[in-house]
Design a binder for this molecule. Structure first.
Ligand code: AR6
Length: 182
């Protein structure tokens, strides 16, 4: 499924993000940037130790704030860069989660553009270990990307959401249809 925005597009795929070639692959990291489970574990596993070595050199003092991102090279992954984005932990919705989630996507796209990336892949940030409800996160993710592609002058032409399981894919499919119809 695909949505066109001028010369740009947003598309959805079901699968493993470490297997999909892109210029920049976005990771759902934590503030400490020390790796973890889920997609973070898969990305470090497939990328190899050079990612963590670079993170150890660039890790901001006090970590990477929620809603922001840092970029490293991609090691053995089929990409030039990995953008390590930090989404919010879901705490019921009253703790600025929506703005922070949207900010994680926008910050990632700004970094991708700084690196002149044309194709960027995203996982569903925050909807695994961080517990963000899928039906709430999917429209926020898609709207954040849509607004960036519509409004920002950037190198990014193609955004692919690589969604691990059927349920996540379906939630993004519903949200993309709603965005298309809006
Ligand atoms: N490709 C694409 N998506 C994946 C993959 C993969 N290989 N593996 C898992 N997912 P999560 P979060 C999906 O938990 O909620 C880590 O420990 C997964 O099914 O990876 O942002 C970090 O270090 C789900 O749909 O990220 C942080 O501590 C989505 O990716 C914390 O988890 C996000 O799930 C971040 O939690």
């Amino acid at each position: 499924m695909e949505l066109k925005i001028g010369e740009c597009s947003i598309s959805l795929l079901q699968g493993d993000i470490t297997r999909v070639p892109a210029d920049a692959i976005v990771n759902a990291a934590n503030s400490e940037l020390r790796g973890g489970g889920g997609v973070d574990g898969a990305i470090h596993q497939a990328g190899g130790p050079s990612l963590m070595m670079e993170l150890n050199r660039i890790r901001p003092h006090g970590g990477c704030p929620t809603g922001s991102a840092v970029v490293t090279k991609a090691g053995a992954l089929p990409a030039k860069y990995v953008i390590h984005a930090v989404g919010p932990v879901w705490r019921g919705g009253g703790y600025d989660e929506a703005r922070l989630l949207s900010s994680a996507y926008a910050a990632s796209l700004r970094l991708a553009s700084e690196k002149k990336a044309a194709k960027v892949s995203f996982p569903s940030i925050s909807t695994g270990a961080y517990g963000y409800p899928l039906d709430k996160a999917a429209p926020i993710a898609l709207r954040a990307v849509y607004s960036f592609l519509r409004d920002a002058k950037s190198s990014v032409r193609e955004v692919v959401f690589v969604l691990f399981d059927r349920q996540t894919y379906r939630a993004y499919e519903d949200a993309l249809e709603a965005l298309e119809g809006a």
